[in-house]
Design a protein around this ligand. Structure first.
Ligand SMILES: Cc1cc2nc3c(=O)[nH]c(=O)nc-3n(C[C@H](O)[C@H](O)[C@H](O)COP(=O)(O)O)c2cc1C
Length: 186
């Protein structure tokens, strides 16, 4: 699929099944991430890949975080937290890594890290893969961040669920660019 077709038509895939992206496809996605616009080339990103049984370990971490947050949590909610990572064959945890720079404030580094994550979901769509970018409370949870080995200068920008789309992509309405653009000075 060419770049403009992918950019104009990308949709998320809420339901994902096997097969997982191949190692070659994962490499393509990560290379796409690394071409995000990046002021001073700080590379303020890193990615953790969770697959196979790693997803079960990650589910345990999510359950532990949920219990730490709410010691009264019921079994159903714990099971729900534990099963979340099993919704896709592979998850890429997208991380923003901040450093001090006199010309590049943190907000710009966060934008770049977000653009890198966006390149992953768009490249996935272009390859015919399914992707779903999620955050939710686990993205901001200290237990989760520690369990994944994040440092104090890092933040999770997303859990990108990846696999084969299960079902057809939803139909998109035509985009009306006049909704979001104007000419200045008129
Ligand atoms: C930073 C970020 C975090 C998101 N977190 C969630 C989330 O936790 N749960 C969710 O259902 N969608 C989340 N989304 C939105 C979905 O990824 C998706 O973009 C949205 O459902 C619209 O669908 P579409 O991508 O097919 O247009 C998030 C998107 C971004 C950019």
């Amino acid at each position: 699929m060419d770049a403009i077709t992918a950019l104009h038509n990308r949709v998320s895939s809420p339901l994902l099944k096997e097969p997982a992206p191949s190692p070659e496809q994962l490499e393509i996605l990560l290379k796409a991430a690394m071409r995000a616009p990046d002021h001073k080339m700080l590379k303020p990103w890193r990615f953790i890949i969770i697959e196979g049984q790693g997803r079960e370990r990650f589910g345990e971490l999510l359950a532990e975080a949920a219990q730490a947050k709410d010691p009264q949590i019921n079994d159903d909610a714990l099971i729900k937290a534990r099963n979340k990572p099993l919704r896709a064959p592979i998850i890429i945890v997208s991380i923003a890594c901040f450093s001090e720079h006199p010309k590049v404030p943190e907000v710009e580094q966060l934008i770049t890290a977000g653009a890198a994550a966006n390149n992953i979901v768009t490249a996935a769509f272009a390859l015919g893969l399914g992707a779903y970018w999620r955050t939710g409370s686990p993205a901001y949870d200290e237990t989760v961040k520690q369990g994944l080995g994040l440092t104090n200068n890092e933040e999770i920008t997303g859990f990108i669920y990846l696999g084969t789309p299960d079902g057809r992509n939803r139909r998109l309405p035509e985009s009306d660019t006049s909704e979001c653009s104007s000419y200045w000075p008129g």
